[in-house]
Design a binder for this molecule. Structure first.
Ligand code: G1P
Length: 295
């Protein structure tokens, strides 16, 4: 795959998950056995990403520690014969180079992506939001499919979408497709968090983007939008308005988006991943069944 660099914004304060996120990043909360950030990195590695730039912020150091190679821990596990636990650290060795930069002011997702400009420069790149896992155990190749579409169509923008209930359209970037909507469709317009009456569809941006470097210029021109923040959606819309070619790719039914941004969706994601655990899933299923029956 020619595009091998991804930007993963993880600078958000996680206020909707307080107090859990007071002194730890939401991206380090476990979903099943792994922290959210590791699911995201594993998914990107499967899609051929080899260079990864985290846009971090205050209190996010544990993300850097997690992806370091911890020689002391490895020696300890080896010396005490804990081979199985040692295997859990294999992810440290996957073929990936990590870079970190800080978003020094909380000016929104668009601004976080703009912080990647000095490293990414003049090449197309992937953006994967660090608080969304795609597909159970991150086995989705959505990013690889998006990159293929980007290259095949000589596109400026490719965005992943999922259908959401109409009552929820005001929580997402929403697509206005041009022409019929299939697994791949042309993008006419993108609007950030519209009300249900203004929403052109219920196709919601699903946390994965492939962008041409032209996005940086547009981000630099983008005025604060929804929530008084510089929105990535608005900069993409500027590209489309100026004749840029945009496509949407729909997530497949087996690659739903697990959102870790609030407790409701976090609890559901954790439960689903724990139920899919080969060792503990079957016992947990029985346990939940008995709890629900008693209730
Ligand atoms: C962000 C984007 C939005 C997108 C959502 C999920 O919103 O601004 O367009 O639909 O992520 O990918 P946030 O959840 O940060 O408010």
């Amino acid at each position: 795959m020619s595009i091998d660099i991804a930007v993963v914004p993880v600078a958000g304060l996680g206020t909707r998950l307080l107090p859990a996120t007071k002194s730890q990043p939401k991206e380090m909360l476990p979903v099943g056995r792994k922290p959210v950030a590791q699911h995201v990195v594993d998914e990107l590695a499967l899609s051929g990403i080899r260079r990864l730039l985290f846009i971090t912020g205050k209190g996010k150091n544990s993300i850097e520690n997690h992806f370091d190679i911890d020689g002391e821990l490895i020696t300890y596990l080896r010396q005490t014969g804990r081979e199985q636990e040692l295997a859990e650290l294999d992810f440290e060795r996957q073929e990936m180079e990590y870079f970190y930069t800080r978003q020094r002011r909380q000016l929104g997702l668009g601004h976080a992506v703009l912080c990647a400009r000095p490293l990414v420069g003049n090449q197309p790149f992937v953006v994967a939001l660090g608080d969304s896992v795609i597909g159970l155990n991150a086995e989705s190749d959505i990013v690889a499919r998006m990159v293929e579409q980007f290259e095949r169509a000589d596109a400026d923008v490719v965005v992943a979408f999922e259908e959401v209930p109409w009552d929820d359209v005001n929580r997402y970037g929403i697509a206005q497709p041009r022409g019929p909507v299939d697994d791949v469709f042309e993008l006419e317009r993108l609007v950030e968090k519209p009300g249900p009456t203004e929403a052109p569809s219920n196709l919601a941006v699903a946390a994965r983007y492939v962008l041409s470097p032209a996005i940086f210029e547009k981000l630099a021109e983008t005025a604060p939008g929804k929530g008084d923040e510089i929105q990535l959606t608005d900069a993409i819309q500027l590209i489309l308005e100026n004749g840029g070619k945009g496509y949407g790719l729909r997530l497949r039914p087996n690659e739903r988006r697990f959102d870790i941004g609030n407790f409701g969706s976090y609890f559901r994601a954790f439960t689903e991943f724990a139920l899919a655990d080969p060792k503990y899933g079957p016992g947990l299923r029985e346990f939940i069944r008995s709890l629900v029956k008693e209730g």
